[in-house]
Ligand binder design. Structure first.
Ligand SMILES: [Zn+2]
Length: 131
């Protein structure tokens, strides 16, 4: 997201979070939204079937370099989201962004600053893990 888009989104969220002013409401709603994202992805696998999860231990040959890592690691995902599942996942991600941004607003944290700092960190590290 561009800085302008982040700032504008943060302002719009502030206007619509009157009902969820409490930090406790925001935290619980954010957790609920995260669970709904996971459920939407799981339903794409189990109900629709447009994507499949095929997982096994990731094995790396000895001496593999950081640059070679991506070609040895897999997402464990087969297929692509169909338009309906994509729309559902995007809607749920939107809700998650909404509550994440509401949390930033309540704590007086700039979403732009958070993203800028994270991007700087990633650019410094070049390679990162999801942990
Ligand atoms: Zn689908």
């Amino acid at each position: 997201m561009s800085d302008l888009l982040c700032d504008r989104f943060q302002q719009v969220v502030a206007q619509y979070t009157l009902r969820h002013k409490s930090i406790l409401d925001i935290l619980s709603k954010m957790q609920e939204a995260q669970a709904r994202v996971q459920r939407a992805v799981a339903k794409a696998v189990t109900n629709c079937g447009c994507i499949q999860v095929r997982a096994a231990k990731q094995t790396l040959p000895a001496g593999v370099t950081m640059a070679e890592l991506p070609s040895y690691l897999t997402s464990h995902l087969l297929g692509e989201l169909c338009p309906e599942c994509r729309e559902t996942v995007e809607e749920e991600l939107g809700q998650l962004f909404f509550y994440l941004t509401a949390l930033c607003n309540t704590l007086d944290i700039s979403l732009t600053d958070v993203l800028d700092k994270e991007q700087d960190k990633l650019c410094t590290l070049r390679y990162f893990s999801l942990t």
